[in-house]
Design a protein around this ligand. Structure first.
Ligand code: ZN
Length: 247
């Protein structure tokens, strides 16, 4: 990656119900994707665009993904509408180096379970409860400038056990008012692609307006940007050896 070139982020969203529900438009008038893209574009060094499930090829065409360094995925109740082909394209691009950030209920998105190979199961509760996010790995680049802990006045409760493989790093752990806890900020690597899962972001709560949540997502976009992006190729037969093989 050329350090001078901005990181190209695509913020993908379902956006099928949100524009019809006042409890959501009150918090995110133009959709969560627009709020997220706006603060990323203000961060410097990031060029964020948006795409939606209603766009051609579900906003996940080869052309869009080829021009994306980091894909941010927000999906909630329409995971099943994402075609297997679109999900496979996303997973393939991650394996070849594209970074991906799965937000909130994306723990059940098709590319998430395809890449991690597990169910992504959690338990949940919508009860307007407080959520305290703890920085478990302050030395991780995603935690740069993030306090030891911060409070979200309202979040949807997600609880352990969380059906994911052992992560590369547990960057954040969240405590919920009702007593539950979740490993809420996790990193993984699949082949050349970096993956970050981050739990805050229920659609009727203002988490993406929270300065520290924004800081974490800006850090994550920078961290997940590819160091290499390998070509789409099969397994070539390397017939011509570099050195002579004496048999
Ligand atoms: Zn939610």
């Amino acid at each position: 990656m050329d350090a001078k070139k901005p990181i190209r982020v695509t913020v993908w969203n379902e956006y099928l119900d949100e524009q019809k529900r006042k409890d959501i438009t009150d918090v995110y008038p133009e959709g969560l994707h627009k709020t997220i893209a706006d603060f990323l574009n203000r961060a410097g060094g990031i060029e964020a665009k948006t795409s939606l499930i209603g766009d051609p090829e579900q906003g996940l065409s080869g052309e869009i993904l080829d021009a994306t360094d980091v894909l941010i995925w927000w999906g909630h109740v329409h995971h099943g509408k994402v075609t297997d082909q679109a999900a496979a394209r996303v997973a393939d691009q991650v394996r070849r180096g594209m970074g991906i950030i799965f937000l909130h209920s994306a723990h059940r998105a098709k590319p998430f379970t395809a890449l991690l190979g597990t169910s992504g199961r959690i338990s949940w509760r919508e009860a307007e409860e407080r959520c305290r996010v703890w920085t478990a790995d302050p030395a991780h680049p995603i935690a740069a400038g993030v306090p030891d802990q911060f409070l979200l006045d309202r979040e949807e409760m997600y609880s352990e056990p969380f059906g994911v493989p052992e992560p590369e790093s547990t960057v954040f752990i969240s405590w919920f008012q009702g007593g539950n806890v979740l490993r809420s900020g996790l990193t993984f690597r699949r082949e050349y692609g970096k993956i970050f899962y981050f739990q805050p972001g229920h659609e009727t709560y203002p988490s993406y307006h929270h300065e520290t949540v924004q800081r974490i997502m800006i850090n994550a976009a920078r961290w997940a940007a590819p160091l290499v992006r390998v070509a789409d190729r099969d397994c070539p037969n390397d017939k011509e050896s570099l050195e002579r093989i004496d048999v």
